[in-house]
Design a protein. Structure first.
Length: 374
């Protein structure tokens, strides 16, 4: 398998300056570089820089994909726009889910590895689909952080006797970005379902939020207005929502589980899911077999006419249709113990249509296909 790596970085809060772009160009002469994006792929070789260092200095989000099984996502968020204290309980892993302080920013560094190689390339636009996670975190939505904790649990970086962090509401109804995060980082869906069982429903508390704003002391309201005046580029509504969440108004109450309990629940969920999938596959197979049985029964009513049709289709160069009908005749003959008769009639047709070599070459390539597969 050939080697493939893809690096993508985006600047969301502030565009890159000309100086920044020149510095990045010295790192890579081939990369696509714009005021908001750095992208490059490698079939051989590698990026001659530390991605974490590039995020710390230039970018707000980074995605890395390698077809030997490594996926990595980094998000950089200003400390002033994040409740760092609320985030820390979710980041207890050593490798897969890390929270780092870099100057005035917090960087979430998430990675996933598998021993099974991937034969595709990174899907275009994947980082764009993941970037809204930053805004969600800045609004106080901690589901992304809990997913990061599950990533560490799945990687066995969290002990069985450890207690889960506060469970945010809405784990059963993830946002699009959170769903993409689960897929990209290959978070165990059975573990997620088990965790979601302890998560409250996500309710619209916009009215409660408005009442909280209305009850703010005048001094605090003035402080928010000064903040809006000093930094008009800020999404102040998101900032206020984060402050509201930090008051604990949205915090879920209830029993927090041990990791061992979650793993046991995930194992039960896996067994249920696999059982349901096996039952669906069984029903689908039975339905397909029923369709095939009815088709062959109809064909059996006039086999001679079917052979005439096959030969007419071959003569008119309708090779795909002819091959499908011939395959049905073969399956019917096999079912009814008449395989030798099929071979005899097919060889006779071969002699009459000997100039149609394209059809017989195609038949030869497919003759080993199991009945019913084409």
């Amino acid at each position: 398998m050939s080697e493939y790596q893809c690096y993508e970085f985006v600047a969301l809060d502030r565009p890159l300056t000309a100086k920044h772009m020149a510095e990045l160009r010295r790192i890579s002469t081939r990369a696509e570089i714009s005021p908001t994006r750095f992208w490059n792929e490698y079939q051989w070789g590698d990026l001659k820089a530390d991605p974490a260092a590039l995020v710390g200095r230039y970018f707000d989000a980074h995605l890395y994909f390698a077809n030997w099984g490594t996926h990595r996502l980094m998000l950089r968020i200003p400390k002033a726009r994040l409740n760092t204290k609320a985030l820390k309980p979710f980041f207890v892993g050593e490798q897969t889910a890390k929270l780092k302080s870099v100057g005035e920013h917090i960087v979430l560094d998430l990675s996933s590895d598998t021993e099974e190689p991937e034969f595709g390339e990174e899907s275009p636009g994947l980082l764009a689909a993941l970037s809204p996670l930053r805004a969600e975190l800045m609004r106080g939505d901690l589901r992304c952080a809990y997913l990061a904790w599950l990533l560490a649990v799945d990687a066995e970086e969290v002990d069985d006797d450890a207690t889960e962090p506060p469970v945010p509401a809405g784990l059963a109804t993830l946002t699009t970005a959170q769903t993409v995060m689960v897929e990209f980082l290959r978070i165990d869906v059975d573990l997620l379902v088990a965790a979601a069982a302890g998560s409250a429903l996500l309710v619209d508390d916009s009215e409660s939020f408005r009442r909280w704003v209305a009850r703010l002391p005048v001094k605090e309201k003035d402080a928010w207005l000064r903040r809006a005046a000093d930094a008009p580029e800020l999404a102040l509504g998101g900032e206020m929502l984060r402050a509201y969440c930090a008051t604990g108004k949205r915090e879920q109450t209830g029993v927090r589980r041990k990791v061992a309990e979650l793993r046991a629940a995930a194992a039960r969920q896996c067994a249920l899911r696999e059982g349901a999938e096996a039952e669906r596959a069984k029903r689908a197979k039975a339905a397909a077999e029923g369709v095939t049985r009815r088709r062959l029964n109809n064909l059996a009513r006039d086999v001679d006419a079917a052979w005439v049709k096959v030969e007419a289709l071959v003569a008119s160069s309708s090779y795909d249709e002819a091959a499908k009908l011939a395959a049905d005749l073969r399956d019917l003959a096999t079912r009814d113990g008449q395989a030798a008769g099929f071979v005899k009639r097919f060889d006779a047709m071969r002699k009459r249509q000997s100039r149609r070599r394209a059809f017989f070459d195609r038949w030869k390539r497919r003759v080993e296909v199991e009945p019913g597969e084409w």
